[in-house]
Write a protein that binds this ligand. Sequence first.
Ligand code: FNR
Length: 383
Amino acid sequence: MPVITCIEDLKRMHKRRTPKMFYDYAESGSYTEQTFRENTSDFAELRLRQKVAVDMLGRNVASTMAGFPVTMPVALAPVGLTGMQAADGEIKAARAAAKFGVPFTLSTMSICSIEDVAANSPAPFWFQLYVMQDEDFVDRIIQRAKDAKCSALVLTLDLQILGQRHKDLKNGLSAPPKLTLPVLLDLATKWGWGLEMLGTKRRQFGNIVGHVKGVGDTSSLMSWISDQFDPQLDWSKIARIRDQWGGKFILKGILDEEDARKAADFGADAIVVSNHGGRQLDGAVSSIRMLPRIVDAVGDRVEVWMDSGIRSGQDVLKALAMGAKGTMIGRSYIYGLGAMGEAGVTRALEVIRKELDTTMALCGERDVHDLGRHNLLIPKGFS
Ligand code: FNR
């Protein structure tokens, strides 16, 4: 077993073990990938202020997110096709998160269905909703999430139309993969993944297939999504969904101060400053650069979280210091899942928590709640 010391180690293992089609699906951004790159490079522009001779005993990284207790302010973001990175991937990730004490968010576009995950996860999880044109489907899936006792609804606002990722088109991304010659050649070197997949029946979109009108085959993912998602999603529809849900309600994909103010007026339990990991509007600003402006725009009126670009506990600390009350990670746990299944997700979480704790101590802080912009050297004109 190799010694895994950082998220980058898990990423390398993920690449070796998982079919190219699915590794590329995770490791890509839209169009030129500028926003995807800047999500991580902008974190590196922020420097931490080292403090010495400060009592560092009794440190705390535990907190709450939208009222939920968390062992660190990091939730697993919704990621489509997680069950293709490893067999039954959503169940494995949900279990790792529950045991670690952080929330797991199940994507609408998951391979394991809401019911599959509910039956196999030791703790309630959050459900992420994409709004489809088929209102019956939306009504039914909200009811299914309620029946499965999902504890929060995360409504994603930044993907009513799909940002093109070149690699997915070139690879012919589908679930399950179509067995073309290049795919078979690739699978020949990834037989561990193939064996695992043979051992499960969960190989299609568990929440979708057979539930959306007229859909039986989701092999052409891209055109299917553009046909199904509701291009007319607006605040009145968001209000209808919130009322139907009636529980904790989180709005994900906000990257603009005006939208953040609207979300605060609207009364969301939290907003996630996010550009979808650089997968949607290429050329958009990185989340970490936009975060302080949004925090300043909404003040205490709504809890602000952020995602996009977090690859370490240092990044989590920087996001918290910039004013986020919580964070979400996507690829960082997907690398772990693709590398080593449930144990890999646990390892990703352990790495991040250790890095967060150590970095906090070296910044002279003992509690995540005390982090602030005083811990950072922020370059002029950063945000
Ligand atoms: C995503 N993301 C996403 N978001 C969402 O609301 N529903 C979804 O189904 C998906 N699917 C998805 C697939 C893959 C492969 C990735 C990488 C991301 C976006 C995700 O929730 C989150 O916003 C980003 O992953 C955050 O960026 P990092 O942490 O991956 O850099």
